[in-house]
Design a protein around this ligand. Structure first.
Ligand SMILES: [Mg+2]
Length: 126
């Protein structure tokens, strides 16, 4: 399913239930954090290898997290009249400039405080 199609389907879902204007941005944002919390409860306080095992064994729960979170994020986008596909495209364009692959393969990560690379100010360097 394309992002635009999903956004329209969620809009129709809400309209059919009389919920088109029945949500506020704060509640939707908090609902996303609730979903993140549910996901975190699956993997909290265990090391990276065990996290991978948990996800392998609880793939349906991980999939629910992705679906629920995307649903809420697209619903939030609808409330703000934002085309989520364009938002994602803009983010990818920015990240590709900020974190060029030839540099990232050398430094490994984008945490400048820990010695990584992030060309965050690429716009002001033009
Ligand atoms: Mg959930």
């Amino acid at each position: 399913m394309e992002i635009k199609e999903a956004q329209e389907r969620i809009k129709d879902f809400d309209i059919a239930r009389g919920w088109a204007d029945n949500w506020n941005l704060k509640d939707l944002a908090l609902n996303i954090t609730e979903e993140v919390g549910e996901f975190w409860s699956l993997i909290k306080w265990i090391d990276d290898e065990k996290q991978k095992d948990v996800i392998r064994n609880k793939k349906a729960d991980a999939s629910d997290f992705v679906g629920d979170t995307l649903f809420l994020l697209l619903k939030l986008s609808n409330q703000m009249n934002i085309d989520a596909a364009i938002s994602l495209q803009n983010t990818l364009d920015e990240y590709e400039k900020r974190m060029p692959p030839e540099v990232m393969r050398k430094v490994g990560h984008a945490n400048k405080l820990a010695g990584g690379h992030d060309n965050k100010d690429f716009n002001s360097q033009k």
